[in-house]
Design a protein around this ligand. Structure first.
Ligand code: MIG
Length: 754
């Protein structure tokens, strides 16, 4: 094995940082807090600042450092790190259990070393060409233990448990149907969680924006590895009692999903192919006529003049104010798409300004870089510069002045029609000059930051931004959808694992295109999709140009009734979902959760792809297969009540539930108190001045949040926090933990299962 760090020489401590010296290099270990330790080696550039972690996360945690035989040992209350010669590093929990160990053997591919910096090998005069198939700056190879299961990684396709698969972090817009063998999708969230055999949990966040690979025992079941073509070695090890703690640590570092506006949790309709104001009005009118609630309609690229961002196609869409005023009069908020590609056109003010001010990326020879997207030849804003983000933010004024409800950012991988942007296209990271290879995975992130800022400054409301591409930490600025899925049953099956992993990766606010984007949706698929998506935070039906009409009211009465039933149920549970967001702003926990998050000791749920929990209290087991009308449901530990019949079941067993096309099996945990609202056609149609609590047997306790649902007043105390408790008979006691907003006129109880 190559020795490229050499022997351990010693260490120096300053504040929360421990500099560990080896013969040939130094490595830095930072105790961020009791459960989090950062490992850092600036192979690439010391001036690179994290995009995911914006503030210094270090608290003054207590720790000790000592030399213990061959190792330097760093101990906090929760983590023990042992560092050996050659930069071999092992992480233990406080009980002395080895959680993540460096792999001692050799990788079985061409790469012959278990830890390597090519730069160093090169500097030492080695010929590195034979080592790697692809250029690789460094790799981290960790021991894979029997029973290790992996979760997280954001939007990656496939199943909940990522073990035995390999992934790539390179934001990618791929038109084919996303299959389980896809390595990359639109987002790069290099956050991995491991649940060990005995349910100890840890997480690792690899904070590097360059292209990287994560191989979780696919190459060899003895180890897993992370490798990257460039960048600093910069990763965070985090642990805790459970996966819940690990999610907490990760979102402590990168930020939690902020509380959204209430209407953004309502039902939304979109289609690429609404070609005129008439089309939009027709859709809105049909929703109202069919009594299916609707809060948002999305305007895809056709609303723009020749796909020029921040313009309006007056020919087909009339006066912008007129359309907005009409649909807003019906209670529907318009959301407009904005792509990054800016049409190259003299006299188009956005492009002129961008060129004049040096706001666009340039090629290596200093010419403004051009590639084609929807508007034809286009320029690409250099969002890494603050000046550019401010400019972009201000450009949104033309839409916020009209009362736009939110902004949908697409094509920001960035996607381009004439091949991918070359690696050497020049971009900035603030003042630092860099290139596409480094900026690619944070292009969407930086764009969303700008969009968020624009909406926040111009409206004073909590911004509603939706993006396709992003990086770790983008959850602070934007919601996400999973891009171009298709109307396929296996894509319906992917909804749960994909959204649960996004949720555990910080993105509490996520969704898929309901009904599927590409291909034609069948009536049955749409019914099952709306059921599976009922608790998906972003609740939007969207379809591609040229596909079969997909609004529920285009189908038979049965399909309309089933869609209305579940969309109404969504509006009923709106306060519960909103509470999950309110709590998640502190805990980092998502709305849609895999069972493994709360039942890590139950081996039955480690690979459970077909059920999820909404919060902790509602278990949803939708039918995900064509033609199936009976569903095997696994209930975890505890007592559960069938939402539809009130029937009681003890957990830790499989049950068989009849699930005809209009039934989505749902179970409520014993001791639940679930706030519900009256069904409305849109948020704001009526004041929510009463709340009805759905209560199941068993003593319960629940905190409920209420505010204006729109702005930041709650940060200044303008909200109510109710503490509800129930006794075994379902008798309710209410205590006001905080009162700063008008209180409900009525709080009532509906009992289930008594
Ligand atoms: O190249 O704006 O994922 O949701 O409707 C296609 C048109 C561009 C891709 C997005 C999709 C959107 C479509 N866009």
């Amino acid at each position: 094995m190559e020795n490229n760090f050499g022997k351990l020489l010693g260490y120096e401590v300053s504040d929360c940082e421990i500099k560990v010296s080896f013969e040939k290099r130094e490595a830095y270990f930072t105790v961020v807090r009791d459960e989090i330790v950062r490992v850092y080696v600036p192979f690439f550039d010391e001036n690179v600042k994290s995009k995911a972690i914006e503030n210094d996360p270090c608290v003054d945690a207590d720790f000790t450092v000592e030399q213990d035989g061959a190792a330097i040992v760093i101990s906090t209350e929760k983590v023990v790190v042992k560092i050996y010669d050659d930069f071999v590093v092992d992480f233990y929990n406080a009980e002395g259990k080895l959680l993540m160990a460096d792999y001692r053997g050799e990788r079985t591919t061409k790469e012959k070393v278990s830890w390597m910096s090519l730069e160093m090998l090169e500097a030492e005069g080695h010929d590195i060409s034979g080592y790697l198939e692809k250029p690789c700056r460094y790799q981290l190879v960790k021991k894979l233990d029997e029973g290790d299961d992996f979760y997280g990684l954001g939007d990656k396709s496939g199943f909940l448990n990522k073990k035995h698969y390999e992934y790539e972090n390179w934001n990618s817009d791929l038109p084919q149907a996303h299959n389980e063998d896809f390595k990359a999708l639109y987002k790069s969230i290099p956050f991995l969680m491991c649940l060990k055999k005995d349910a100890e949990a840890y997480g690792v966040f690899f904070d590097n924006t360059f292209r990287s690979n994560i191989n979780l025992g696919k190459e060899n079941t003895e180890y897993f590895f992370y490798s990257t073509e460039e960048g600093n070695l910069d990763y965070y090890f985090m642990t805790g009692e459970s996966l819940v703690d690990v999610v907490g640590s990760y979102t402590y570092l990168t930020g939690t999903t902020p509380l959204p506006q209430l209407f953004t949790l309502g039902y939304q309709q979109s289609r690429w192919g609404y070609e005129s104001a008439d089309d939009i009005n027709f859709v809105v009118d049909n929703y109202r006529a069919s009594n299916i609630p609707l809060d948002v309609i999305h305007l895809d690229i056709d609303y723009m003049d020749n796909f020029k961002v921040f313009t309006w196609n007056e020919k087909n869409y009339g006066k912008p104010g007129e359309l907005f005023d009409r649909i807003k009069g019906l209670g529907v908020k318009p959301v407009c798409i904005i792509d990054p590609g800016t049409k190259v056109e003299k006299g188009y003010s956005i492009d002129d300004e961008g060129v004049a001010n040096d706001y666009f990326a340039k090629d290596k020879d200093g010419e403004v870089y051009v590639n084609a997207v929807w508007p034809g030849d286009s320029h690409f804003p250099d969002f890494g510069k603050e000046e550019v983000r401010n400019w972009w933010a201000n450009n949104h004024k033309v839409l916020t002045d009209l009362g736009v409800g939110g902004i949908w950012n697409d094509m920001n991988e960035p996607a381009s029609f004439h091949g991918e942007l070359p690696a050497d296209v020049v971009f900035h990271d603030e003042d630092r000059v860099t290139n596409h290879a480094e900026i690619h995975n944070v292009y969407g992130h930086n764009m969303c930051r700008a969009t968020f800022q624009g909406l926040k400054d111009q409206t004073g409301k909590r911004p509603f931004v939706i993006t396709r591409a992003c990086y770790a930490g983008s959850q602070k600025y934007t919601t996400v959808w999973t891009g171009d899925n298709q109307s396929l049953w296996h894509h319906l099956q992917m909804v749960i694992p994909q959204l649960c992993n996004l949720g555990m990766s910080g993105f509490a606010f996520c969704g898929t295109d309901i009904g599927g984007f590409g291909a034609d949706c069948t009536p049955e698929l749409l019914c099952r999709w709306i059921q599976a998506a009922m608790f998906s935070p972003l609740f939007r039906n969207h379809a591609a140009k040229g596909t079969k009409d997909q609004e529920p009211w285009r189908f038979s009465k049965e399909v309309v009734d089933i869609n209305r039933k579940y969309i109404e149920l969504r509006y009923k549970f709106l306060p519960y979902i909103y509470d999950l967001f309110y709590k998640g702003e502190t805990t980092g926990l998502p709305v849609m959760r895999p069972l493994v998050l709360h039942y890590p000791n139950d081996p039955e749920v480690r690979n459970l792809n077909s059920e999820f929990l909404a919060g902790e209290n509602i278990l949803v087991a939708p039918v995900l297969e064509q033609g199936v009308t009976k569903r095997m449901v696994y209930l975890p530990d505890g007592t559960w009540y069938d939402y539809w019949t009130g029937e009681k079941f003890e957990g830790k067993q499989y049950i068989l539930k009849d699930a005809p096309i209009d039934v989505c099996p749902m179970y409520i945990k014993a001791g639940s108190i679930i706030p519900t609202y009256e069904v409305v056609q849109y948020v704001g149609e009526k004041a929510y001045n009463k709340v009805e609590l759905l209560v199941t047997p068993g003593e319960g306790s629940y905190e409920h949040f209420q505010d204006n649902g729109e702005d930041y007043a709650y940060k200044n105390g303008i909200y109510n926090l109710y503490q509800f408790t129930t006794d075994a008979n379902g008798n309710l006691t209410t205590e006001m933990k905080h009162q700063g907003y008008s209180v409900y006129e009525e709080v009532s109880v509906v009992k289930l299962g008594f």
